[in-house]
Design a protein. Structure first.
Length: 387
């Protein structure tokens, strides 16, 4: 058993870290305060050129073919510097992968290279609706046949990158009479298609540079070949892709948690109270030990889920365990890091309050912690009843 990264994975990790340190870290605080949007998009393009938008996508579609472990470590390195950039990269990878898994050869050749090379700036995964969040099978957006075309109506909410995405993967009900979850199909819609409108921009607590918008579908007419995969089999696909996406979000959370932990650890070695460094107080040492242990356990859970996915093995339970543990540990690390910095940690002069705000959403999007526990328990109970 070997838990070390191989040479290619190490190279990707180092490339991500070097880029994050040189290009992302210096602008992250400005991006958080609404400045430098152009730099954000420029950095996405540079990351595409470095091969980070299709890490688990085949070379023939413009991907890097580096695998899931490489994707996970790259996400962590990017998120250490800028969580907004990391979530955008994670969703782009997710969309590239869903098209690779489901698309026709023509769809793969048409869309994936433009995500991987940055021509599209970003790609959007449009599943959630105002009345269908944790329960996406309850969606009400419809796609109705009209000759060869499809006409979509409905609204999606909280869609990452929608304001600049070049392509949208959209789920809609194609058979309203079918049993719940069995009448949903997947569509690929390009930006600028009449009837696909970008609605309200959410004002969020964190991850400010990553935009989150409503997407409205108003008599949005798309050709027959916009349908991706089999008719009425879209829900299963969405659920499968979300499992992979959870590795991305867990890895992102790990990066933010580490950034907070490293900052607080260095601070504790410099700050003195009662005539000694605060790192010499046992109460502070315990916080450092707990943060480190939980984040290291998160890393190992993420590596396990990534490895299983890479091997083509079942990884649903592993991805959910990694997501719930890594995201909750990252939140804990940010909270404890703030405690180590005392009052300074609560101010904007230090990055900890930004890390804490950026980490908070990770236990919510791509499936809340409650939903992850539901999935984990379901998988365990199923394995027991099969015995
Ligand atoms: C910044 C941001 C970016 C996002 N990006 C995207 C995106 O790109 N694409 C996309 O499709 N969606 C996106 N989302 C949506 C996100 O995935 C949903 O917000 C999330 O899945 C939760 O859905 P909800 O907000 O409707 O909460 P609800 O489903 O209403 O849940 C509310 C509470 O009830 C709990 N709950 C619900 N059902 C159960 C249950 N069965 N058992 C126990 N507890 C339960 C939840 O855990 C939660 O605590 C994004 C959201 C945000 C905030």
């Amino acid at each position: 058993m070997n838990l070390d990264l191989n040479e290619e994975q190490k190279l990707i990790k180092d490339t991500a870290r070097d880029f994050a340190t040189a290009e992302l870290e210096p602008v992250a605080a400005g991006l958080d305060q609404g400045r430098d949007e152009e730099i954000f998009l420029t950095n996405l393009k540079k990351l595409a050129e470095l091969g980070f938008m299709g890490l688990n996508v085949q070379d023939q579609y413009g991907g890097s073919e580096a695998g899931v472990v490489a994707f996970s470590v790259a996400m962590t390195e990017i998120a250490r510097a800028c969580a907004s950039t990391a979530v955008t990269v994670s969703v782009n990878n997710m969309v590239s992968e869903v098209i690779q898994a489901l698309g026709s050869e023509e769809q793969k050749m048409k869309y994936i290279p433009k995500i991987c090379n940055g021509d599209y700036q970003a790609a959007a995964f449009a599943l959630t609706e105002p009345g269908a969040g944790s329960d996406p099978a309850g969606m009400t957006t419809t796609a109705v046949r009209d000759g060869e075309d499809w006409i979509l109506n409905g609204s999606k909410i909280f869609i990452t990158s929608a304001s600049y995405a070049g392509v949208f993967v959209v789920w809609a009900v194609t058979d309203p009479q079918a049993e719940k979850g069995k009448g949903i199909s997947t569509f690929l819609i390009e930006r600028g298609t009449p009837g696909l409108l970008i609605g309200k921009k959410e004002e969020k607590m964190g991850q400010h540079a990553s935009t989150t918008n409503e997407v409205l579908l108003q008599d949005c007419r798309v050709p027959g070949d916009a349908l991706m995969g089999n008719l009425n089999s879209g829900f299963r696909v969405a659920v499968g892709e979300l499992a992979g996406g959870r590795i991305g979000i867990g890895s992102l959370a790990l990066g933010v948690g580490r950034a907070a932990m490293d900052y607080a650890t260095r601070y504790s070695l410099e700050r003195s109270q009662f005539g000694q460094k605060i790192s010499e107080f046992q109460a502070i040492q315990w916080k450092i030990a707990d943060m480190y242990t939980r984040l290291e356990a998160s890393r190992l859970l993420l590596m396990n889920a990534s490895y299983k996915k890479e091997q083509g093995r079942s990884f649903t339970k592993e991805a959910s365990m990694a997501k719930v543990f890594a995201t909750e540990s990252a939140n804990m690390a940010c909270y404890e890091a703030m405690q180590i910095l005392g009052g300074y940690g609560y101010t904007r002069d230090f990055p900890i309050e930004r890390y804490a705000r950026d980490a908070r959403i990770t236990t919510i999007y791509e499936g809340t912690s409650e939903i992850q526990r539901l999935i984990i328990a379901r998988e365990i109970l199923r394995s027991f009843s099969a015995q």
